[in-house]
Design a protein around this ligand. Structure first.
Ligand code: BYC
Length: 338
């Protein structure tokens, strides 16, 4: 049924493009666009779309790409100190996956007409945001467990619905990303389990990591719905399928029992289970801390940007070599064709 609607809408759009587009008002084009969204037909890069939809996607996808790439840094801090070869291999694989996620997402962003260099420049200048979570330090090996379990766990909760995002390239990128995130989450929980069942010192480290990562992980979902500037419109466009608070609640319900299974405590004195609703209820998030980090004043914001800029500058010779090689190949091909 969806396929039939898709073909019909596609045929109408081709006809419109060829014959009447210049005669159509913005309102008509917008109606066709919204009908597609409402009928679960993906919007593709060359389709007509409202400017604000394009802008929202560029904002969200580029922030997401930056988060993946900056997100490699806290974990990279522990590659050389992983406690065994097996743990080291798994951590390396996870971090490489994140680089790959960043690349899919930068490509998805380019389909909307923005240059990658421009997007990356916005990160380096501090104009573009990336997830608040990556501005916290990784102090012990248990932090690597907490990141995999809580941070990737929160990311999956947010990203599974993005597999159904109305914009084709973003939704397709998310399908691949989510498969890998699920391995990341499990490797994190496996580290936490090992430490929670270990010596008293290891158990203390596990609890300490939970204490420091719990609240920042809950902040990852963004401000409460009442303060979420973009949610209503993004949900109408089916970029977002669930609100920030809905996803945060799902994460809480999933994670509290996992924490108890570790034999650890959730660092929230107000946490309680509501028998009537069947949901966990949490205390108030410290939104001042969240906005302070988002505005660039978290513990590691400056260090993260310095590291990204350094990596970009050090990679200059690789970009130059790749361009020189492409030019050499082009010339050879032209000479062979002459
Ligand atoms: N941090 O109206 P709202 C990963 C901003 S990486 C910073 O609710 P929206 C991983 C928001 O941008 C996965 N800023 O916005 C990698 C907006 O400001 P602007 C990261 C935040 O877009 C390595 C303002 O607050 N995931 O998994 O409707 C290792 C108002 O918010 C944050 C994604 O990027 C935040 N946490 O909803 C391990 C998912 N939250 O832009 C793991 C894709 C909000 O107007 N993004 N803000 O200046 C999304 O799903 C949505 O953009 C959000 C926010 C739910 C995050």
């Amino acid at each position: 049924m969806i396929l039939v609607i898709a073909i019909a809408l596609w045929a109408v759009e081709i006809y419109i493009r060829n014959h009447t587009r210049e005669l159509m008002s913005e309102k008509d084009l917008e109606k066709i666009f919204q009908d597609k969204v409402d009928n679960e037909v993906k919007i593709e890069p060359k389709d007509w779309m409202p400017d604000a939809y394009r802008k929202t996607l560029v904002r969200q996808i580029s922030q997401h790409a930056h988060s993946e790439v900056v997100g490699m840094l806290p974990e990279a801090n522990w590659i050389t100190r992983a406690p065994s070869l097996t743990r080291k291999v798994a951590l390396l694989a996870k971090i490489q996956d994140e680089a790959g996620h960043g690349l899919y997402l930068y490509s998805a962003c380019e389909t909307l007409g923005v240059e990658r260099d421009e997007t990356i420049e916005d990160l380096h200048s501090g104009k573009a945001k990336y997830s608040s979570i990556f501005n916290y330090p990784t102090l012990t090996w248990a932090d690597i467990g907490a990141i995999g379990w809580l941070v990737d766990g929160a990311a999956i909760m947010n990203q599974v619905p993005l597999c159904r995002c109305s914009f084709g390239p973003y939704s397709r990128a998310m399908i691949r990303v989510c498969k890998e995130e699920s391995f990341h989450q499990r490797q994190g929980y496996s580290i936490m389990l090992k430490m929670a069942q270990g010596t008293a010192e290891q158990k203390r480290m596990a609890q300490d990591a939970i204490n420091r990562w719990w609240w920042p992980a809950l902040m990852m979902f963004g401000p409460n719905d009442s303060d979420s500037e973009h949610s209503a419109q993004s949900m109408k466009w089916k970029i977002k399928r669930f609100s920030n608070d809905e996803l945060r609640q799902r994460f809480l319900d999933m994670t509290v029992p996992q924490c108890h299974l570790l034999g650890c405590e959730v660092p929230d004195p107000d946490l309680k289970f509501n028998e009537e609703t069947g949901h966990w209820e949490m205390g108030e998030i410290d939104w001042d801390e969240f906005w302070n980090v988002v505005k660039g004043n978290g513990k590691c914001n400056r260090e993260r940007l310095r590291a990204r800029k350094g990596a970009y500058d050090n990679g200059e010779w690789v970009r130059e070599a790749a361009l020189a090689y492409a030019e050499k190949k082009r010339k050879r091909k032209a000479a062979a064709a002459a």
